[in-house]
Ligand binder design. Structure first.
Ligand SMILES: Nc1ncnc2c1ncn2[C@@H]1O[C@H](COP(=O)(O)OP(=O)(O)OP(=O)(O)O)[C@@H](O)[C@H]1O
Ligand SMILES: [Mg+2]
Length: 298
């Protein structure tokens, strides 16, 4: 018998999450320079990640069940869902750190795990890390090293380019543990960018940041996506920003998974909200996620 959770408070939860950050925090969005796909460093459009029917568990306790979705180069995919729904576990699987119980994850179009930069979910332990900003940013180049244990001139240039991109060059010799939360997140993003030649994965990158720092972080990530064609896969609880920046959404609500474009997701949410008022339950039938552009789990 398949593993199925029944849970129907989808729209109420999302509305609650949307109130966490003020809408005004995203006002810098309009300042982001838009460029044509042809100007991107990475050609956009090719399918690069194909996830087919994967299930993930810890000690036989299911976390993700029969999930399928695809990512194209240049997409901006946001993964949403309540605490414990398996978002971080899914990123671990995409990074090759967790093996699916069944199903498969294919990296296509010559994408290698070394092409993926990762900004992990923040922990208090990380905040106290005893190293300079430059050392931390440069450690992002480790996966790129081909010869010997030493960093190359190329690695140093990559580290400096990314520090410049994030406006933290002046902090390069400062101790990481002395920085503010917003500065620390920029350092970790610069580090992730050192290995993100094609894909950048971010696990709740704005947690603990004030609205201005969070807004800056979203603008930076959006810029990286649009200007360089770097594919973004971001876990977020911030639905306002998801709707504003993402091209696609994967919702790991425990009763039903949704995968589709952000426009499809808006329709899906609207329908969920109206069904909540009328008491209908059609959204949780097996075919509706497809109807709204998504992928059904059950
Ligand atoms: N290393 C682990 N060993 C055993 N269980 C784990 C482990 N990591 C996570 N889990 C469990 O797997 C489930 C999914 O955890 P995960 O961290 O993927 O959730 P999440 O969606 O990222 O949540 P959050 O929004 O709180 O970050 C949770 O029930 C969690 O307790
Ligand atoms: Mg998590």
């Amino acid at each position: 018998m398949p593993f199925v959770f029944k849970r129907k408070k989808f729209s109420a939860d999302i509305d609650k999450e949307a109130k966490i950050r003020p809408v005004g925090a995203w006002k810098n969005y309009s300042k982001v320079q838009r460029i044509t796909p042809a100007e991107c460093k990475n050609p956009v459009g090719n399918k690069i990640i194909d996830v087919e029917g994967i299930s993930l568990s810890y000690d036989s306790k299911p976390v993700v069940n029969n999930l399928s979705f695809q990512v194209n180069q240049g997409d901006y995919l946001c993964i949403v869902g309540e605490n414990g729904s398996g978002k971080t576990t899914l990123l671990d699987a995409l990074l090759g750190l967790k093996k699916p119980d069944c199903g498969k994850i294919d990296l296509l179009d010559k994408l290698k795990r070394n092409d993926i930069g990762f900004l992990p979910q923040h922990t208090e332990v990380q905040r106290d890390f005893p190293a300079t900003v430059f050392e931390i940013v440069m450690s992002g180049c480790i996966g790129r090293q081909n010869k010997g244990p030493f960093f190359s001139k190329n690695d140093r240039n990559t580290a400096f380019t990314n520090m410049e991109k994030l406006g933290i060059t002046s902090l390069s010799s400062r101790s990481y543990r002395e920085l503010s939360g917003g500065q620390q997140q920029r350092v970790l993003l610069a580090r992730a960018l050192c290995s993100a030649t094609r894909v950048l994965m971010l696990d709740e990158p704005v947690t603990g940041l004030d609205p201005k720092a969070a807004s800056d972080m979203y603008s930076l990530v959006y810029d990286i996506n649009k200007k360089e064609g770097i594919t973004i896969i971001m876990i977020s609880h911030d639905i306002s920003s998801v709707l504003k920046y993402a091209s696609h959404v994967l919702s790991l609500d425990k009763s039903k998974y949704f995968f589709g474009t952000v426009e499809n997701f808006t329709q899906y949410r609207d329908k969920a909200a109206s069904e909540k008022q009328t008491g209908e339950d059609t959204l949780y039938g097996n075919s509706d996620a497809y109807k709204y552009g998504g992928t059904d789990i059950n």
